[in-house]
Design a protein around this ligand. Structure first.
Ligand code: PLP
Length: 225
């Protein structure tokens, strides 16, 4: 088996094992394809992987255009600048990095009528790290209400990146805290269904603590240069 195929099978095996242990069989895999060429995405797509995460709008829009006939699902997971809202609303299926109110109106206004509403996750900065994207936990409620009242947006849940500490018991506590905020959000908005947390190093732990979607780059594609 070729090494990329082997990597995908290994990730799926770990994912499925963690998901069935957690009693949540529907955990989704988002393949993080930032810095990878369109050809690497096309290869993964030929084995059935549909959803891809990108950090940089320019890079992503080129790949989305090149791979349009494959009908893939594209998620923005990198920091969103307000001057990029139009391009993002026109090209992506999901935005996982909405972290401030001023992005909401332009994303909704520029979402083409010919496409379904843009799926939105609110990005939280769960450990209060300085200089990191994501809203403060206390802002989740107001941001989520604003997203649900925007006509062309659809609130789906939360995304977060815990502090990259080697202490996995701390990461676990952060995942548990995120799960609690997610459950609270679901209490108010029953359509909310997505908790995006866990990356190559810690996705089995994230699934055990309630992730419904994991975002995986290096474990699928190898280390980024
Ligand atoms: C790069 C990135 C990932 C993937 O990280 P890996 O450690 O390579 O799996 C996941 N989420 C976000 C937001 C990223 O920027």
């Amino acid at each position: 088996m070729n090494p990329q195929r082997q990597a995908l099978e290994a990730v799926l095996q770990t994912l499925n094992k963690a998901a069935s242990a957690a009693g949540r069989p529907a955990v989704r895999l988002l393949a993080v394809s930032k810095t990878q060429p369109a050809s690497a995405v096309a290869t993964l797509a030929s084995w059935g992987q549909r959803a891809y995460g990108e950090n940089y709008v320019q890079e992503a829009v080129a790949k989305i255009g090149a791979l349009r006939e494959l009908d893939l699902e594209w998620h923005l997971i990198g920091h969103l600048q307000s001057n990029k809202c139009r391009e993002v609303a026109e090209n992506f299926d999901w935005v996982q990095s909405l972290d401030r109110a001023r992005l909401i109106e332009p994303l909704s206004r520029y979402r083409p009528d010919t496409r379904p509403p843009l799926n939105i996750l609110i990005q939280v900065n769960p450990d209060g790290e300085a200089g990191k994207s994501g809203c403060a936990p206390g802002e989740i409620a107001a941001l989520s209400r604003a997203v649900t009242s925007a006509p062309r947006l659809r609130l789906r849940g939360l995304m977060a990146i815990p502090e990259p500490t080697p202490d996995f018991s701390r990461r676990r506590r952060t995942f548990q805290q995120l799960r609690a905020w997610f459950d609270e959000l679901r209490g108010e908005f029953p359509d909310v269904d997505t908790l995006s947390m866990g990356m190559s190093e810690d996705f089995a732990l994230a699934i055990a603590e309630g992730a419904t979607m994991v975002r995986i780059g290096s474990a699928l594609f190898g280390p980024r240069s």
